[in-house]
Design a protein around this ligand. Structure first.
Ligand code: ASP
Ligand code: MG
Length: 431
């Protein structure tokens, strides 16, 4: 009981707030599991709202008509608020700001900056609704989670963020007045512009709050039973890890396991704050405890990353891929912010697997076309098996053409074409 006064952080992702029923369920969890001590609740955009906002941004930026998808987004949020019996004007000012922001979005080179100003509305709207439904405090995190101006991937200024959070939420304030609700995924620059922390970044927000405010634990509420060795929507027969170390989790997230945002673990590990992954569908079940622990060799973990692109560069002079050439290629990849997930070189060519983005790829080609012959393939999948064994390797590679593969002692990775259909048993293709 001695820790009952310490802050806990709960994070609810898009699926846990996807409609009015889900938000009622969230409220039950907060009531049932809310401790006597203070509680911070981090909420993502509802359901697929972030994707919808990305599409709105794309349309507005291209100068296309976005009235219909905007209507859908507005109606969706207003309907949920109405269903929950919340005041009719709850979202009015945020929706007006959203419309203004859309009108201001134009075809300038500021694509990424405008993205952050717009796409952050998903979390602003969701938290307004959840805070009102819980009758909890609503906290605007934009002046508190301080980042630089790396749009869509704001880098946290830890000192400024700690100072701002502790000033806004001193222990006394935290202890009184019940839980507060704030936005995941969102931050702000020193001059008051909004930034985002990278897709699926709400987990990271929960870790930032926990780190800066000295929380006792973070709980991520998900639609799965805990941290599993594979995504059950893709692979059958998954296994839950009852506990797992920070290190293993960081590696899984790095390879693209969608269960936890990769930046989440480090701040928690530094402070020794445990991360609990639990199911919002079965809140009493054990879930997974991620903490500083030792465990026996884990069962193989399967990670599937879609929308990959394989780019290969050949020197126009047909000379060897040299350090100088690599420096130019890496420089360009960093400049257009394409992340390398896997790479390999041969005498005259160098290949990288990256997340696909038409916009960034186009910029890359423009930078390097004169110096290199560049080929690329899109619609690819990157598979990673962590802690692989002969059986898991055979099962996953059977019947697939591996366009690129790489193996270390613990990890096997390969790139192949996207399957036309879902996966059947054991990762082989369904027929
Ligand atoms: N809503 C954001 C996204 O979908 C952040 C998050 O869900 O964590 O990427
Ligand atoms: Mg989300």
């Amino acid at each position: 009981m001695q820790e009952s006064g310490q802050l806990k952080v709960y994070k609810f992702g898009g699926a846990s707030v996807k409609d009015a029923a889900a938000i009622r369920n969230l409220a039950r969890i907060v009531r049932a599991h809310g401790q006597p001590g203070p509680l911070a609740i981090v909420v993502s955009a509802m359901g697929k709202t972030t994707n919808a906002l990305e599409e709105l941004h794309r349309l507005a930026h291209a100068g296309h008509d976005y009235t219909a998808p905007l209507r859908v987004l507005v109606d969706f949020h207003e309907d949920v608020a109405r269903e929950l019996g919340l005041p009719a004007d709850l979202l009015a000012s945020l929706l007006a700001q959203l419309r203004e922001q859309l009108a201001a979005t134009q075809a300038t080179d500021d694509f990424d900056r405008q993205y952050d100003q717009l796409v952050s509305f998903g979390e602003l709207l969701a938290t307004r609704i959840v805070a009102a439904a819980l009758e909890a405090r609503w906290l605007d995190c934009r002046p508190l989670i301080r980042t630089d101006a790396t749009w869509r991937e704001g880098r946290v200024d830890w000192a400024a963020t700690t100072a701002a959070l502790q000033a806004a939420l001193p222990a006394g304030v935290l202890a009184q007045g019940g839980p507060f609700v704030t936005q995941g995924f969102v931050g702000g620059t020193a001059d008051g512009l909004t930034t985002t922390l990278g897709r699926e970044g709400s987990d990271f927000t929960a870790a930032i709050l926990a780190y800066c405010l000295g929380a006792e634990s973070v709980t991520i509420w998900k639609d799965v039973a805990g941290l599993l060795n594979a995504d059950p929507k893709i692979f059958p027969n998954t296994v839950r890890y009852p506990e797992i170390s920070y290190q293993e989790t960081i590696e899984m997230a790095y390879y693209g396991a969608s269960v936890i945002h990769p930046k989440t673990i480090k701040p928690l590990a530094v402070r020794g704050i445990p991360l609990l992954v639990k199911s919002f569908l079965d809140p009493a079940a054990e879930g997974t405890r991620i903490h500083d622990c030792r465990h026996a060799l884990l069962v193989p973990a399967f990670i599937r990353k879609t929308d990959q692109c394989l780019i290969s560069f050949e020197s126009r002079e047909l000379d060897f891929i040299s350090e100088e050439n690599l420096q130019v290629i890496f420089g360009a990849l960093a400049q257009v912010r394409l992340k390398i997930r896997l790479m390999q070189n041969s005498a005259i060519s160098f290949s990288v697997c990256t997340d696909f983005s038409a916009y960034r790829l186009e910029k890359l080609l423009a930078l390097l076309r004169d110096q290199f012959t560049i080929h690329y393939n899109t619609d690819l999948v990157l598979y990673t098996i962590k802690n692989y064994d002969a059986e898991s390797l055979r099962r996953l590679t059977a019947g697939r053409e591996l366009l690129l593969e790489q193996r270390t002692r613990q990890t096997f990775q390969f790139v192949c074409r996207m399957e036309a259909q879902g996966l059947g048993n054991g990762g082989t293709e369904a027929r």
